[in-house]
Design a protein around this ligand. Structure first.
Ligand code: RNT
Ligand code: ZN
Length: 422
């Protein structure tokens, strides 16, 4: 019965969209190109599995909340991710941080990690038939405790982080090679100053030098691609971030790297959606960290808001799918973490489906004819088109819970699995 209702609503919606020149089936087909990279760190509040345990620190980032059920082992992260994958339509990727290596109880410092420590993750991705992305972990470490990593003036520390980054890039190349899909490696560092710095230039010189050293080896693009992630400020580093947007955009353009745009890393009125068509004039590809900043870079669970909608619309309007790598970056420890994951990813996917249901050509025509009232009114009318019916049908077709049905599945998982983690 319910299935029938969903199909009926879908057919009606399809007619409505056809009236405004939108091909709903084509939109659903295009969703195949929306491959979101799932950040492993929503499962355990960016803790990882090093020996001894790394504690989220020194990063200017913070996971807040202590909702029960945090993953305590790699096996638990994998189980959680499998649950997440089962509740999402479409195809995803895994985005792993270096501190999630499979170290088997051995103490392996960050300048010692090797591909073998990530083999079980690669195998898991093979089994799930998904690609994998990777990140150097330049925080939560004694050598990051003074607030500097790659931009450190302490040569021993700087060298340590350069070595870490080198190894992470080599691991990424191995990941991409084994999985047959390029691994995007993202470099983000927390480096900065709480109070007014004097030698801004000195730290930036250090960072540039470190990046140049760590990125000396070129890997085939089919195996790995480098991204660099900028930031405005972090807690405890309010006065200056060494790796600012200007710094990394310059670096990326000059060295043909990807810029990673995290929509929590800009002034609140800046829109990452607006930046995409700017930076893609000069870069082949970019990486996105889709998140939801509230007042600051708070990494709340993504919801379907205008910020995310503009990002999705810009990608869809320009068919930038092959040039934009989509990752998520939020970590809320105050609610069911797996629920947070699914809600946030689905919200991002919804933004893409809505964007795909836009009569873009007609809107561009209105714009070029300077019919701005008509453009505005059309955009407003689009907001109340029966998108939900299309989304529901898409989930049905993908054989995942429709609408709010996934809530019960998360609750069941909480009863069966998460609540037993003490
Ligand atoms: C921090 C950056 C970075 C991290 C992850 C864990 O502000 O957004 O991407 O969130 O690498
Ligand atoms: Zn980020």
């Amino acid at each position: 019965m319910k299935r029938e209702l969903i199909k009926e609503a879908f057919n009606r919606a399809k007619e409505r969209y056809a009236e405004i020149g939108v091909d709903v089936d084509a939109a659903i087909e295009k969703m195949k190109e929306v491959n979101i990279s799932l950040h492993c760190w929503q499962t355990d509040d960016v803790g990882g599995f090093e020996t001894p345990d790394a504690e989220l620190s020194g990063g200017g980032i913070q996971a807040t909340g202590n909702y029960p059920g945090k993953a305590r082992t790699i096996a638990e992260v994998k189980a959680d991710l499998e649950k997440v994958l089962a509740l999402l339509p479409g195809k995803q990727r895994l985005n792993l941080h270096a501190l999630y290596g499979d170290f088997q109880g051995e103490k392996v410092d960050r300048d010692q990690i090797e591909p073998k420590h990530f083999q079980s993750w690669i195998d898991w991705c093979k089994k799930q038939d998904i690609g994998m992305d990777f990140n150097a972990s330049c925080f939560s470490h004694p050598r990051a405790a003074d607030g500097f990593t790659l931009s450190s003036k302490n040569e021993e520390n700087r060298k340590f982080w350069v070595e870490h980054l080198k190894r992470c890039r080599a691991i990424s190349a191995e990941i991409g090679k084994q999985l047959g899909t390029p691994c995007v490696h993202n470099t983000w560092i927390p480096d900065g100053m709480k109070d007014t710095p004097i030698d801004r230039n000195g730290y930036r010189l250090q960072l540039k030098k470190s990046l140049d050293e760590a990125m000396e080896t070129d890997y085939p693009k089919e195996h790995m691609k480098d991204a660099v992630e900028s930031k405005l400020f972090g807690i405890g580093v309010e006065s200056m971030t060494v790796g600012s947007h200007d710094f990394y955009l310059g670096y990326a353009i000059k060295n043909n790297k990807l810029i990673c745009l995290d929509n929590g890393h800009f002034h609140p009125t800046e829109q990452v959606g607006d930046k995409i068509s700017s930076v893609l004039q000069f870069l082949d590809e970019i990486l996105l960290h889709v998140t939801r900043p509230i007042r600051w870079d708070s990494d709340h669970v993504v919801t379907l808001n205008e910020d995310v909608q503009l990002i999705a619309s810009e990608i869809v309007r320009n068919n930038f799918f092959s040039r934009v790598n989509i990752g998520l970056d939020f970590f809320d420890a105050s609610i069911n973490r797996i629920g947070a994951y699914v809600t946030g990813t689905r919200a991002t996917q919804k933004a893409f489906l809505i964007a795909l249901l836009e009569p873009t050509k007609i809107l561009v025509e209105l714009e070029e004819d300077e019919k701005y009232f008509e453009r505005l009114a059309t955009l407003e009318e689009l907001k109340t088109m029966p998108f939900g019916a299309v989304w529901d049908y898409y989930c049905l077709k993908e054989d995942v819970p429709v609408g709010a049905d996934y809530i019960a599945e998360i609750q069941q998982y909480e009863r069966d699995v998460l609540s037993k983690r003490k």
